[in-house]
Ligand binder design. Sequence first.
Ligand code: ADP
Length: 443
Amino acid sequence: MSHWVWKRAVAIGLCLLLGAGIGAWLGETWWQRGLAGALAGALIASVCLLLQDTRRARQLLLWLRLDPHAQTREVRLPAMWRSLRGHVRRSWREQDKAVDTERRRFDRLLSAMQASPDGVLILDHEERIEWGNIAASTHFGLDIERDRHQHLVNLLRQPAFLDYLQRGEFGQGVHLPRRDGEGSLMVYVFRYGDQGDKLVLSRDITDIERVDQMRRDFVANVSHEIRTPLTVVSGFIETLSSLCLSEAEQRRYLGMMGQQAQRMQTLIDDLLVLARLEGSPLPPMDRWNDIGTMLAQAEGEARALSQGRHQLSFAAAEPAQIAGAASELASALTNLVGNAIRYTPSGGRIEVRWQPLADGSGEFYVRDDGPGIAREHLARLTERFYRLDRSRSRETGGTGLGLSIVKRVQTRHEGALLIESGEGEGSTFRLRYPAKRIRPADR
Ligand code: ADP
């Protein structure tokens, strides 16, 4: 038995003794003394115990009202009450722990929602803002702390969104212009809970729309590029089959048809190269290509293309090797050399060099003294089908895809394509490669 039970038993015994004394004093016969003593003892014991328990209950209550966690404020209590306090304290601790775990889980959930690039906004059933993440603040121009408990409709002035909310048909999202007018948002509303609370999700779809637009433009460009020579070829076929032409005329028409067919072929080849570059694995780091060999190969092709119309000069400042996909590296260089020949009038000078750079990187440069390119075009030259002079490009067998292929090859090799030019100043195109892809040739 615990200590406090003994203490209580002794206290009750003393009360009963005191009662017996009172009984002896009050009663005349022995049974009167016994009865009165027992009653008085029981009464005194009960009153004492009641007073004592009331006092201790008050102390416990006081302790509960005060900060129960603070040891300094602890009230001295007898064992039974201490034990009761111990139970209360343990259950509090467990409760605190459970609340802490839940709070941490909730905080993590909120942090995850904050990290989302999509906007998340929680509205109550009257469409008052309860919570929102940073993306939602940006998308809707809100300050969540300041605007909490405000009606969303009073803060958002977008008629399309207000109309969408009012209609209450949330099966599909609503398309909204971005606040800066530079793009678009897609906003979805979902009802949840018994009260009809609402979850608003917003997504910036500017990039998706841009890519979509690029894809549409690309298809339109390809169709246009193919349709032009195809129309010419169909026209010739009709002419050849309906008119009675001399043999010389027939040969001329067939020659022109061959040219158009070749144009389509080149276009399709370039498109396939681009598709391969998009889809194939990154170029290897351990396949070393000799720069001297690359220059010699480019020079052979350049001389064939120029047919003696230009002064060509090819050289490497020092022998070196470059890591990457041989066919891609060669196609980047020959594309630039080909452009220089095609756009530089007869008699022009074209210089092709390899040179190491101070930071360990290295570059090919292709310099011509041709017509040059006005500066406003430079940034757009690597876009697909971007040409300064469409007919000049076509005349020389261009597809408008050459520089976009070069750019892609450079990106895949962690390199860069740099263009320096100005109207009437000639052009310099540089193919730069990082130090880790270059090593001396004698290894
Ligand atoms: P294209 O097949 O038309 O040559 P590119 O992508 O290779 O396509 O080049 C894009 C445009 O850049 C060309 O149409 C041409 O106007 C311009 N360009 C490229 N290289 C040169 C150069 N060396 N000199 C002048 N203009 C050039």
